[in-house]
Design a protein around this ligand. Sequence first.
Ligand SMILES: Cc1cc2nc3c(=O)[nH]c(=O)nc-3n(C[C@H](O)[C@H](O)[C@H](O)COP(=O)(O)O)c2cc1C
Length: 223
Amino acid sequence: MNVIDAVKSRISTRAFLDRPVNEDQIRELLEIARWAPSGGNLQPWRVHVVMGAGRDRLVATVKKAIAENPLADESELAIYPPKLGEPWRTRRFEIGEAMYALLGIPREDKAARIQQLMRNYEFFGAPAGLFFSLDRQFDKGQWAHLGMFMQTIALAAAEMGLATCMQEAWAARAKTVSAFLGLEESEQLYCGMALGYADPDANVNTLRSERANLSDFATFVTS
Ligand SMILES: Cc1cc2nc3c(=O)[nH]c(=O)nc-3n(C[C@H](O)[C@H](O)[C@H](O)COP(=O)(O)O)c2cc1C
């Protein structure tokens, strides 16, 4: 697979097979991703892998925390701006609706929608999960570098036949996850990533998101 194929074939997978990924594969993935670029070569990223019994323990811990306190942990990170403007608001709405349509969950069925949201907290069935964190001293620049690291993982995973889903949903449970992982106070959890083998029979995995045209986001100064 070449890079362009990997970019075009990577999707957010939301249903995984009950098929393990071994530690060597994940180590290989991270060995590749460490070559991602970062300003000043700071390499600000940190990654925490949960798999096997560790993954199951984390899922159980978070499930218990949600049952005890259905409200999200107090979050340092707003996933979206509180008043998301256009065209972003519509894009967000449309991808959500497209996903729920594939799952056969209507707008009124709030319980089923919440249940689907909760699937995030079991990595959509994936056998492994990655969590990404940064030292709190870092600002927007280093957050962008972390994104490059994450995308490099997703692309390398695609080449290795593995599927991923980046999951900001975990930010809503950052306190519980940080405590579970034993993160220092100085470390801020950003995002999770489900990692495993895509379930080829799951309808939700047929979701293909759209992208804006070049003219909507690119400008060229040519003279
Ligand atoms: C940083 C980041 C966090 C995301 N968090 C979630 C999430 O918590 N749950 C989820 O189902 N999808 C999540 N997504 C997936 C996006 O919805 C998805 O990338 C977008 O709709 C484009 O679709 P595609 O990834 O299939 O190309 C996230 C994506 C990114 C890049």
